[in-house]
Design a protein. Structure first.
Length: 319
């Protein structure tokens, strides 16, 4: 099925031609075979959907939304409740310089950061443990560096394959665990662990459909959990009705930083730095002085009048 120069597949179609094909006929594939299969996702230059449904425990209602992603840094997620005139309850985006997350609760706020500053900053993170660009992995756009460090693939007890990869970062290496279908090689889970071994991002991918134009299968149902170092997790589910793959590029204005009128603005890099300062002050031992200190054998000092006093610091003159 073709749509405006892009490949379109309806959600959860039962037609056999849309099912992911078998790529590993028997046995556990080699690492080279798995890398070759996974890197077919490099054929996806742009991915979009105008038929998203978003659900979250933090939302009172399901939201409809749109999603656009373009290599390497352009991304936009917009949601609406009943009508776009009511504003966007949740939005996220990225361009070549900066990324952002906009929320309405508990108060209208936009969190943002420079890519370079965010990725190079050490220490704990709050609100967002990773850039919103990580969502591309939740949509099945995952690559494996052939020259990178990998462990596996291994056959799991549940019959699926897993491979662990080191992901270089200025903060230090992350560890990524990919879980794939043993026969089709489709990505079914991606998990990212930070430098302390904590799981910070997890996506479950299901209802895959095959796109012959890119020879790759994309998920139509996605469950995401992001866990910052401080604060509650961000949990939501996405249902994708229709994908547009490698359609004509969007204009740069589509990924412009949003208007912040009526919004509180929070620079995540500055907020994370302040959080580190606050934590260090809380952890530092606090020295207290009693109201009436008892000084054994107080030393003798001479007052300005020349008389000698030793009554517990009284009459001390700094010269």
């Amino acid at each position: 099925m073709t749509c405006g120069g892009a490949t379109c597949v309806p959600r959860r179609s039962a037609l056999p031609e849309f099912s992911p094909p078998l790529v590993f006929q028997s046995g556990t594939p080699s690492l080279e075979q798995l890398i070759q299969q996974t890197n077919r996702s490099l054929r996806v230059e742009r991915l979009a959907s105008n038929t998203l449904t978003i659900d979250s425990p933090d939302l009172a209602y399901k939201l409809s939304g749109t999603f656009t992603w373009e290599r390497p840094h352009n991304m936009r997620l917009e949601t609406k409740l009943f009508s776009s005139a009511l504003g966007s309850p949740l939005a996220a985006g990225s361009n070549s310089q900066v990324f952002w997350l906009q929320v309405q609760r508990p108060s209208p706020t936009i969190y943002f950061a420079s890519h370079n500053d965010f990725e190079s900053q050490n220490g704990p993170r709050h609100v967002l443990p990773v850039s919103p660009l990580w969502l591309r992995e939740a949509f099945g756009i995952v690559e494996m560096e052939p020259a990178g460090r990998h462990e596996g693939p291994r056959l799991r007890a549940d019959g699926r394959l897993e491979v662990i990869s080191d992901i270089p970062s200025p903060r230090g290496d992350y560890r990524r665990l990919l879980i794939m279908a043993a026969k089709t090689g489709t990505i079914e889970e991606t998990m990212l662990y930070n430098q302390t071994g904590k799981l910070v991002a997890h996506a479950r991918l299901s209802d895959h459909q095959y796109y012959s134009s890119i020879d790759w299968s994309l998920p139509h149902r996605i469950a995401v959990q992001l866990q910052p170092d401080v604060g509650p997790p961000l949990t939501f589910e996405l249902d994708v009705g229709l994908y547009l793959v490698n359609e004509a590029p969007s204009s740069n204005s589509s990924f412009a930083f949003p208007d912040t009128a009526g919004l509180s603005t929070v620079d995540l890099v500055q907020a994370n730095a302040q959080m580190q300062v606050d934590q260090s002050q809380m952890q530092a031992p606090v020295q207290t002085i009693p109201q009436n200190p008892v000084v054994p054998n107080p030393p003798t000092y001479r007052s300005a009048q020349g008389d000698v006093r030793n009554s517990g610091w009284q009459g001390y003159t700094v010269r």
